[in-house]
Design a protein around this ligand. Structure first.
Ligand code: FPP
Length: 224
């Protein structure tokens, strides 16, 4: 059976779910938060060490301002309400992406990372204002500036995900089979699962089914 350390998720389909059920994309995002909580809980139960969630991409800035503001208010609310619970459950929170949000949100993110820094049961990486191509380019620029040789190893060691093993599993909900500039470097040998279900409908049984399927895959990393 394959060991399982890291699950990454593209939580797609909130907007469509909200429009279909309540004629409001934002209601879909609100429902998406409940799924986030559920999946964190199951990750703890399943002894997963790293869970990386794509919450806001560098391309998502193109959305209407009202939707962007709503997403950030949800995130603020979520962190303000859940930080103590996270800490109690030995969860470490890490932001991957450039923190250039409001003064209030930036501070809240920094505070959440600091408060949970020493926790070790589960690390939840929130990808916020994250874009994989930018991450790679910035890393190469950084290496050049420091006169460090550009090698695979040195790039890996200088990405936002330094010290985090590559994802074993990548899940994308929402019936779209693409990677959308998410962890392009890190998913070279990741097992990818595309699901038709929209993120608010993603359930424990869907998650467990994927984990079980993954465990039986023959992963050969280019060998035979
Ligand atoms: C994709 O659905 C979802 C997002 C861009 C945002 C995901 C954010 C959350 C679940 C809430 C905030 C996160 C946390 C961790 C507190 P979409 O809007 O692209 O859906 P669509 O494809 O149906 O339009």
């Amino acid at each position: 059976m394959n060991p399982l350390n890291h699950v990454a998720i593209i939580m797609d389909g909130n907007g469509r779910w909200g429009l279909k059920k309540h004629n409001s994309r934002n209601k879909g995002h609100r429902a998406g938060i409940d799924t986030v909580e559920k999946i964190i809980k199951i990750s703890l139960e399943q002894k997963i060490k790293y869970l990386t969630l794509f919450a806001f991409s560098t391309e998502n800035w193109k959305r209407p301002k009202t939707e962007i503001n709503y997403l950030f208010s949800l995130l603020e609310n979520f962190l303000e309400k859940k930080l103590i619970k996270f800490d109690k459950n030995n969860i470490k929170l890490k932001i991957i992406g450039k923190k250039n949000f409001s003064y209030k949100l930036n501070n809240l993110l920094i505070k959440s990372e600091k408060k949970t820094l020493k926790n070790s049961k589960l690390q939840v990486n929130l990808a916020l204002n994250y874009g994989s191509k930018k991450e790679i380019v910035n890393t190469i620029k950084k290496l050049n500036k420091k006169k460090i040789k550009v090698t695979e190893q040195n790039i890996t060691k200088n990405l936002y995900t330094k010290n985090i093993p590559d994802p074993d599993i990548l899940i994308r909900t929402g019936n779209t089979n693409r990677l959308s500039n998410f962890l392009l470097w890190q998913v070279s040998y990741t097992e990818i699962f595309f699901l038709k279900k929209l993120w608010p409908d993603f359930e424990k049984k869907d998650f467990i089914k994927i984990l079980n399927k993954y465990k039986k895959i023959k992963r050969n990393f280019g060998e035979i």
